[in-house]
Design a protein around this ligand. Structure first.
Ligand SMILES: *[C@@H]1O[C@H](CO)[C@@H](O)[C@H](O)[C@H]1NC(C)=O
Ligand SMILES: *[C@@H]1O[C@H](CO)[C@@H](O)[C@H](O)[C@H]1NC(C)=O
Ligand SMILES: *[C@@H]1O[C@H](CO)[C@@H](O)[C@H](O)[C@H]1NC(C)=O
Ligand SMILES: *[C@@H]1O[C@H](CO)[C@@H](O)[C@H](O)[C@H]1NC(C)=O
Length: 545
């Protein structure tokens, strides 16, 4: 996997020279079609530490376009007794071989949530029909072994459909809300009898007729409490004592940001002791009813609100995006910038209610001056409407898939056909012209076990110019569970790093300190990147505990 350093530098020089003549300057990123048909529409995605991505949509769309392995067929108890489904509704995508294999689901997993346990097992929670109380475990495997879903039929105390999950410092996940559920619960349970706990905030933010509080944005604050945003409100919540610790001001403008007025949110890169949240896009108040009842598709919101959530008197600061967007995904990139991608500029989420796809992703640079934080990037030609998703891969590309605003798979006679393709977006930092700046991590080896607060030596190679020590940064990213424009468990830490020095020809070493607690980074697998002048290396997997 690691190229010999000399050949690597040689290649970089070639790339740099070629790109300098061909491109000669600014670049807005590059789109590629990875697979033209993965058999399902990638509504939910999770990257695992095996560099495989688990994806699924729903089991009651009818047949998908990929057969179950070995001629297998299954029966969903919600279907008529005679119906046997011989197609798969979940696949595993292998990044290295760019191929998919079908996985087996017995109950409906549609519009659900998930998080990865400290041992790397994906724990998916909830869904629809008989699957709405189910918990499904996926233990990753590598090589050609055929790991598959294990389903626990009554793993949840309540139905969870359109709920949000967040992994906690104690290794459990909390599952918050869902349709008509103004409460939360944990998985795994402390005792078999542990039920759910009320969360009146979800009732207070519920808008009759349009909801606007589903898939709440749940983010783990650095003090261990949860920042929960729903509709246009936010609280800081102590889930251990079921207590609202703090209530934030209403987001200026008062427009809703959660499903079906779907915007998105991220915890901006964590450094020192500050935590900031950025909420972007969504739909103006009343948009859902106007779209649903009158086919009147209202222009989406073009505003973002940013707030320092641990300030003594936190206030939202509003910013304007260059493009209005509903159903946009927000992704944290290895260099600490935010990518806003997918979605539409009119209407809302839900069946058939989005119009005017926004084809251009946008960067948000958290550290630039207000007024110069956004940049519009190169467009795709593929609309990614309702039920699309995107995640970051270890190599720095962004995987983009899904889009199915219809109750079934509909490929013809519809405005936005069901999309079974998989694309990648390579942000400008992957442009070959920046290859000479790009570090390559040589050590530690991928999969290394590292303790909290521990210092690690990171060894990397870089082109003949060597690194500019003042422009080196080490980042650590939790792979997220993406669906419905929200990346659950998404988190980026900027690690303290110092002592950059040469250790061999074209090879350098630096020290970085791992986060000190599970509040900063719940135990589990993370990607570590060395970033030089905003150009990230490929990530390596590490496991913190
Ligand atoms: C998938 O679609 C192709 C092209 O339409 C078709 O030939 C094939 O039979 C489909 N496969 C399944 C399993 O539905
Ligand atoms: C995995 O299976 C594929 C297809 O059967 C085969 O081409 C490949 O060589 C196998 N890889 C390993 C590591 O066994
Ligand atoms: C929109 O339509 C639904 C039923 O389709 C109805 O219950 C609701 O009252 C309507 N809302 C408005 C504001 O017309
Ligand atoms: C989608 O296809 C189904 C049949 O498979 C059909 O009943 C439905 O009307 C189609 N939906 C749209 C929006 O055309």
């Amino acid at each position: 996997m690691t190229p010999p350093p000399l050949a690597f530098c040689f290649l970089l020089l070639c790339h740099a020279a070629a790109a300098a003549t061909a491109a000669g300057g600014g670049t807005g990123g590059k789109w590629d079609v990875l697979l033209s048909n993965i058999g399902i529409s990638a509504m939910h995605m999770q990257l695992l530490h095996t560099d495989r991505v688990v994806m699924f949509d729903r089991t009651n769309f009818g047949s998908s376009n990929i057969s179950l392995p070995d001629g297998k067929c299954v029966h969903d108890p919600d279907d008529p007794p005679s119906r046997r489904d011989c197609t798969a509704h979940s696949v595993e995508y292998d990044v290295a071989s760019n191929s998919v294999r079908p996985l087996t689901l017995l109950t409906n997993i549609w519009c659900s949530s998930g998080a990865v346990l400290p041992d790397g097992t994906l724990v998916q929670t909830g869904g629809n029909g008989r699957g709405d109380h189910a918990v499904r475990l996926y233990k990753p495997c590598s090589g050609n072994s055929s790991c598959d879903w294990q389903e626990i039929t009554n793993g949840l105390a309540q139905r969870r459909w359109y709920a949000t999950s967040q992994i906690l410092p104690d290794g459990r996940q909390i599952i918050v809300g869902g349709r008509a559920k103004f409460n939360y619960e944990f998985y795994p349970k402390k005792t078999a009898a542990e039920g759910s706990y009320n969360l009146p905030f979800l009732y207070q933010t519920f808008q009759p007729g349009s909801e606007n509080n589903l898939y709440p944005f749940v983010l783990l604050n650095i003090d261990g409490n949860l920042f929960i945003f729903a509709n246009n409100q936010a609280i800081l919540f102590d889930y251990t004592n079921s207590k609202v610790v703090r209530t934030y001001p209403t987001l200026p403008g008062g427009d809703p940001r959660n499903y079906p007025s779907t915007g998105s949110a991220v915890l901006l890169p964590l450094k020192s002791n500050t935590a900031e949240v950025l909420v972007c896009g969504g739909a103006p108040k009343g948009s859902y009813t106007r779209a649903h009842n009158n086919s009147d598709f209202v222009e989406a919101l073009d505003t973002c609100g940013r707030i320092r959530i641990n300030d003594p008197d936190p206030q939202w600061v509003m910013e304007t995006m260059p493009l209005a967007r509903v159903m946009g995904d927000m992704l944290l990139l290895p260099n600490g910038n935010v990518l806003i991608i997918n979605g539409a500029s009119m209407g809302t989420a839900a069946w058939e209610l989005g119009r005017s796809p926004v084809l251009s992703p946008v960067f948000y640079y958290p550290d630039k001056q207000p007024g110069s934080r956004f940049e519009v990037l190169n467009p795709t030609s593929t609309p990614r409407m309702y039920h699309s998703s995107s995640i970051l891969l270890r190599d720095g590309r962004v995987l983009v898939g899904g889009s199915n605003p219809h109750v079934f798979y509909n490929f013809t006679n519809v405005l936005f056909p069901t999309d079974l393709t998989l694309q990648s977006f390579s942000p400008p930092y992957l442009d070959p012209q920046f290859g000479y700046l790009r570090p390559w991590i040589l050590a530690p080896v991928s999969g290394s076990e590292i303790g909290y607060g521990q210092d690690i030596l990171i060894r990397f190679s870089i082109g003949p110019g060597g690194p500019d020590e003042s422009a080196i940064m080490v980042t650590m990213i939790a792979p997220s569970f993406a669906t419905h424009s929200f990346s659950m468990n998404q988190r980026l830490l900027i690690l303290d790093s110092w002592d950059v020095k040469p250790v061999a020809r074209s090879e350098y070493q630096l020290r970085a300190r791992m986060p000190g607690s599970g509040n900063l980074a719940p135990a589990g697998y993370y990607l570590i990147f060395v970033v030089h002048k905003d150009i990230p290396s490929e990530g390596i997997w590490i496991h913190i505990s």
